[in-house]
Design a protein around this ligand. Structure first.
Ligand code: NAP
Length: 485
């Protein structure tokens, strides 16, 4: 399947309503991770084009923010409809550039679009406040206003949804956006821009720029016209960007790395826990920030859980995501594959047993076998570092207090999961886990209606839900005085 033959294929950047090349004429190559073959190129833009995009966004701001919430909502709903009616093509493009199985790509398109639909509605409900003033002739009003130009930098693992989850609330409340997608998956972003253009966003309201991450990132983080930077990616780069944003005191949202504990208590429904563990660990070939990284099974059900988990993992079909039967695609690149290999070898050297998988898949290239390790020791790298691949380490624990301590022993605090049928335990453990999200008897928690985000070194801010607009709004206090004169 040639991505260039798709109607939504664009290999230029979208700035101020124009499709442009890099000023230097330079390009970067984009590969299919399942075949390692080049599928196309995109412009290698830098500082100057980023400045242009920021200026275009800023110039569009007065028109965009002065539209009523209902008018903005109408354009956003059109964007949503266009995405949904092009779902299959967008999903195929995503699989070609990112590798995930087609069914997962279809799911991501629907999930990504759901943020546009949700925030198109939510923006109509940006309520202010009135507060009684202690003096009789005065009133206190609270207004909520769009923050201004928003920069958004996104990763390759969800090439569509990580963009809509940021841009939908920003656009809905009246902020223009400059998007810098991951260099490995730019076509999903450019296709979204093409559909946004068709939906009728005024020029400059939504811009997509591809190219040199450090140069584009530097400009987005330091340019005073950008009032908010929303980043999803590694904790390492997130920290660099936060420090750069300090210079102009920008608002920042950071959706960073995770190291999710997944706990199965003795009283859990084991079959449900196995389904949840497979979904949470192996979806997107283990390349999600909310993937289970440490699976804790209580001693009474440890053997049964491991045996059923291994059986379920043996049924996963590794292959090119474009084949309908594939349930596990390739890793994004060789470097990611090497990290997975390193984590497995290190854990095994320290005493872990390979219950299934453990090495590269016979398909070669970027394919790795779905892997389960048992009897993993706390010293193993996999116990503390994010693997971002299809490897599930399983640990045995004795009681609730012990597992809560183990689960919380991480600088990360994004997603966590546990399985139990004891209502007292469900409350206790939900409250004790130091994570931004807790899935109880489920391995999947993300949805437009709920606040997604982490604590500790997993980030700042929330995306999705009624809370998802807050990061794109300023609170203004107006004191009206002299009202009785
Ligand atoms: P990454 O290396 O941090 O890259 C993310 C984005 O940042 C890409 O667009 C990348 O551009 C850009 N970037 C890289 N260096 C930069 C710099 N110096 N200045 C500005 N931008 C820069 O992360 P990744 O490997 O793509 O994604 C995996 C990580 O994202 C994992 O840690 C995962 O947990 C996390 N993640 C978190 C969430 C969440 O919601 N919390 C969701 C998904 C993923 P290039 O592609 O051009 O290098």
């Amino acid at each position: 399947m040639d991505i260039k033959s798709f109607n939504l294929f664009k290999d230029k950047c979208f700035i101020n309503g124009e499709w442009i090349k890099a000023i230097s004429g330079e390009e970067i190559s984009v590969n299919n991770p399942a075949t390692l073959k080049e599928i196309g190129t995109v412009p290698k833009c830098g500082k100057d084009e980023t400045k242009q995009a920021i200026e275009a966004a800023n110039a569009s701001w007065p028109e965009w923010r002065s539209k009523s919430a209902k008018e903005r909502s109408t354009i956003m709903k059109k964007w949503f409809d266009l995405i949904m009616s092009n779902k299959e093509e967008l999903a195929q493009m995503m699989t070609i550039e990112q590798g995930k199985p087609l069914n997962e790509a279809r799911g991501e398109i629907v999930y990504g679009a759901s943020f546009i639909e949700w925030f198109a509605e939510e923006a109509k409900r940006i309520y202010g406040d009135t507060i009684p003033d202690p003096l009789i002739d005065r009133r206190i009003l609270v207004l909520k206003q769009p923050v201004g130009v928003v920069a958004s930098i996104t990763p390759w693992n969800f090439p569509n949804a990580m963009i809509t989850r940021k841009c939908a609330p920003a656009l809905a409340v009246g902020c223009p956006v400059v998007i810098k997608p991951a260099s490995q998956t730019p076509y999903s972003a450019l296709a979204l821009a093409m559909l946004a253009e068709q939906a009728g966003f005024p020029k400059g309201t939504l811009n997509v720029i591809t190219g040199k991450a450090s140069e584009i990132g530097e400009e987005l983080a330091t340019n005073p016209t950008v009032r908010k930077l929303s980043f999803t990616g590694s904790t390492e780069i997130g920290k660099v960007l936060m420090a750069k944003c300090a210079g102009t005191v920008k608002k920042v949202s950071m959706e960073l790395g995770g190291h999710a504990p997944f706990i199965v208590f003795d009283d859990a429904n084991i079959d449900d826990a196995v389904i949840g563990a497979i979904q949470s660990k192996f979806r997107n070939t283990g390349q999600t920030c909310v993937c289970a990284n440490r699976i804790y099974a209580q001693s009474g059900i440890y053997e049964e859980f491991c045996q059923k988990f291994v059986k379920a993992a043996s049924e996963l079909k590794v292959g090119d995501g474009l084949h309908e039967e594939t349930t596990s695609g390739p890793m994004i690149d060789e470097q990611s594959l090497e990290k997975v290999e390193e984590h497995v070898q290190d854990a095994v050297q320290l005493g872990a047993k390979v219950a299934i998988g453990g090495s590269k898949h016979s398909l070669g290239l970027n394919f790795f076998q779905p892997t389960i390790l048992t009897d993993v020791t706390p010293e193993a790298k996999i116990t503390s570092e994010e693997t971002f691949g299809p490897v599930a380490p399983v640990y045995k624990f004795k009681d609730e207090n012990e597992v809560i301590e183990l689960a919380n022993n991480s600088p990360y605090g994004l997603a966590s999961y546990f399985y139990s049928r004891d209502i007292g335990r469900i409350w206790r453990v939900s409250e004790a886990l130091e994570y931004g999200m807790v899935g109880v008897n489920t391995g999947l928690t993300s949805k437009a209606e709920a606040p997604f985000g982490g604590i500790k070194e997993s980030g700042l801010g929330r995306e999705g839900s009624k809370y998802g607009v807050d990061d794109f709004l300023e609170v203004k206090y107006v004191n009206m005085c002299g009202l009785d004169k």
